[in-house]
Write a protein that binds this ligand. Structure first.
Ligand code: PMP
Length: 399
């Protein structure tokens, strides 16, 4: 009898499964809107110019590849702190933020989850309904019971804010609340400034632990603008967690560049927290890889490259906004009666299109247009060449 006789087949990752189906499709007009990736107007994954220039600098230096410190490249961690909290912010200046380089945003969430589990093993975790599906997986695997707070209101096409606030208000002290700092995945709906104020107030009053997932900084309103939630939590005086990802903002998906930052009450506390984060890292994968972190550190810490990055990220943001406006217009022009203008109110890479599962299946089977059954489409995968076909296909399934 084999050791693995009882091993069950795990379910396929739904999004990766969709991509396999897309790859096998022979329709020459096929479009993959299922991905969580930014493509340029030619449908290509961009290699940013700021990344190329940083790599040229790095190549010229011919640096040896020793082990990094457990918490990563110091210049990288410092740059992340400045980006997330503000270089001149009081917490950064007083040294009360513990930041560690992590393997993507996913790594930041996982290191944070493992640390939280040690800190408060009985705590529950609340994620948004719906959320990036891996939130549930990461926190469940760290040993937590994961529940949801209402977020999306399908009828109203927006946020079920009363439901969200009520759920947070009822959560026991110590509950970890995972919040999308900007560009909510999958819905595309972000809280308003006033709504953030209310969320921060209830988190503080109920003694909850905020964990902000910042995977899309710069894709919403701008790099600084997208830091609003972080600034509000900072002003509340509470401790909180922030995971960072440069997968999208530097188009460095495969380099796995991310971080975890924990805001503490003072420098001494941050030093103790950092020592525990390092234990989590050491006992999982020892220390992070060099290349991606070095690229990000070089860009963020070199003024010309930083300016170039802001310009390139801005261009990605603007192109997505243009695609939002264009799809709404083209659906209207195709004679679709239903008002899709809500797509322009959403931000970030995704849109909850409001299309039903049946319509998504028809889009896939009859037109080769691949989105998620939930109706989520990646607006960042639309371009001037495929948008007419996508609009015409949607028009046919909603008639
Ligand atoms: N959080 C959210 C909300 C995401 O959408 C993603 C990426 N799809 C991540 C975290 C993970 O980012 P990374 O690829 O850097 O691990």
């Amino acid at each position: 009898m084999s050791l693995f006789n009882a091993v069950e087949m795990a379910p396929r990752d739904p999004i990766l499964g969709l991509t396999e189906q897309y790859n096998a499709d022979t329709n020459p007009k096929k479009v993959n809107l299922g991905v969580g990736v930014y493509y340029d107007d030619n449908g290509k994954l961009p290699l940013l110019e700021c990344v190329q220039k940083a790599e040229e600098k790095m190549m010229a230096a011919h640096a040896a590849r020793g082990y990094l410190p457990i918490d990563g490249i110091a210049a990288y961690d410092a740059a992340v702190k400045s980006l997330v909290f503000g270089a001149e912010s009081e917490p950064v200046k007083s040294g009360r933020v513990a930041t560690v380089q992590c393997i993507g945003g996913t790594g930041g969430l996982k290191v944070g989850a493992d640390f939280l589990k040690k800190l408060n093993p009985a705590a529950k975790v609340l994620i948004s309904d719906p959320s990036w599906e891996n939130h549930r997986g990461i926190f469940t695997n760290a040993g937590f019971t994961v529940e949801t707070y209402p977020y999306y209101d399908a009828e109203k096409r927006g946020i079920h804010f009363d439901g969200m606030l009520t759920a947070l208000d009822r959560a026991p002290a110590g509950t970890v609340v995972v919040l999308h700092a900007c560009c909510h995945n999958p819905t595309g709906y972000d809280l308003t400034e006033q709504q953030w104020d209310q969320v921060v107030a209830v988190v503080k009053a109920r003694k909850l632990v905020a964990f902000l997932d910042m995977a899309y900084q710069g894709f919403g309103q701008g790099i600084a603008e997208d830091g609003m939630a972080v600034r509000k939590f900072m002003a509340s005086g509470e401790d909180f967690f922030v995971s960072t990802s440069f997968s999208k903002s530097l188009s460095l998906y495969g380099e796995r560049v991310g971080a975890l930052s924990v805001l503490c009450q003072d420098k001494e506390e941050a030093t103790r927290v950092l020592s525990q984060l390092k234990i989590v890292i050491r006992t999982n994968y020892s220390n992070p890889p060099t290349h991606g972190g070095q690229i990000a550190a070089t860009i963020l810490n070199t003024p010309e490259l930083r300016a170039l990055w802001e310009q390139e990220l801005g261009a990605m943001r603007v192109r997505i906004k243009e695609m939002r406006g264009a799809i709404v217009e083209k659906l209207k022009a195709a004679g679709v009666k239903r008002d899709f203008s809500f797509i322009t109110q959403q931000v970030g890479m995704f849109s909850y299109s409001g299309l039903t599962k049946d319509q998504m299946v028809r889009l896939r089977d009859e037109f080769g247009v691949y989105g998620i059954d939930s109706g989520r489409i990646c607006v960042a995968a639309l371009n001037s060449k495929n948008i007419d076909y996508v609009a015409a296909s949607i028009a046919k399934v909603v008639q």
